[in-house]
Structure formats: structure tokens, C-alpha cells
Ligand binder design. Structure first.
Ligand SMILES: [Zn+2]
Length: 133
């Protein structure tokens, strides 16, 4: 289970809306599965069906996490037109199988859906998200 403060959850959804119709992407960090910080990254693919996080920005985020001794908890990205479930590409490109993949679906404009997954080589597991204050 991943605990996400409400303001970070909303920030992620806003990021997805801001980038629509393109996919957005970012990183969540924190301690012991409780998210403390969100980093918005540039989707270098500028695509509505796939993403790749800017390597330069990733390095900057990793340096900041190390400096603050916090861990990477999840990578998030949006699905502007499809359901919140990992696509074939998402499975193929799951760079960090040990961290959760969060998908924000804007398929239903009025009802953004956010789901977390562990994407392993053999299987995909749904991970629960708890919103905290
Ligand atoms: Zn995806």
C-alpha cells in the first residue's frame, strides 16, 4: 500500500490535465511508502500513448533524493485516452520494477482515475493507494 497526501494526489491529477492530450510523467519520493514529494518531469516523447522521462531531470531528482535521504516510491504517468492499466509499452519499459507505477487515467474527463501497480516480469499486481491528509 502506498500512502499519498491529498495535495500531492491532486497535484498529480492536475499535472496530467495540464499535459493532456499528451502523457505526463513524474516521480514520487518519500519514506516507507509514504509519499512526501512529487517531481514533475518532462515527457521527452511528447506522445499521447507513451512517455520517457528526461534523463537529465531524472539525474537531478536522484541527486535531490539522495541529499535528503528519501527513497523513490513510484513513477507516475498519465493515460490521456485509455484506462488506468499498464500498456504493453509500460510493461516493456518498467525500468524500476522495485518501485510502483502509478497511472492517472483521464479517459473519463470528469472522473480521473489513479491506480498503482507493481510491474514484474511475470505479472502485474495492483497496489492499494491510501489518501492521507
Ligand atoms: Zn502507460
Amino acid at each position: 500500500m502506498i500512502r499519498i497526501p491529498k495535495f500531492i494526489y491532486e497535484k498529480m491529477v492536475d499535472h496530467a490535465k495540464k499535459e493532456w492530450p499528451l502523457e505526463c510523467c513524474g516521480i514520487l519520493s518519500g519514506r516507507e511508502k509514504t509519499v512526501e514529494k512529487a517531481y514533475e518531469l518532462t515527457n521527452e516523447e511528447r506522445s499521447s500513448v507513451r512517455y520517457s522521462m528526461s534523463p537529465r531531470e531524472q539525474v537531478r531528482v536522484f541527486e535531490e533524493m539522495e541529499k535528503e535521504s528519501i527513497d523513490m516510491i513510484a513513477v507516475y504517468h498519465s493515460h490521456p485516452h485509455t484506462i488506468p492499466f499498464p500498456s504493453e509499452t509500460d510493461v516493456k519499459l518498467a525500468f524500476y520494477p522495485e518501485v510502483a507505477s502509478i497511472i492517472i487515467s483521464l479517459k473519463e474527463e470528469q472522473n480521473p482515475m489513479v491506480k498503482a501497480f507493481q510491474i514484474g516480469k511475470e505479472a502485474i499486481y495492483l497496489e492499494e493507494i491510501e489518501m492521507i491528509d
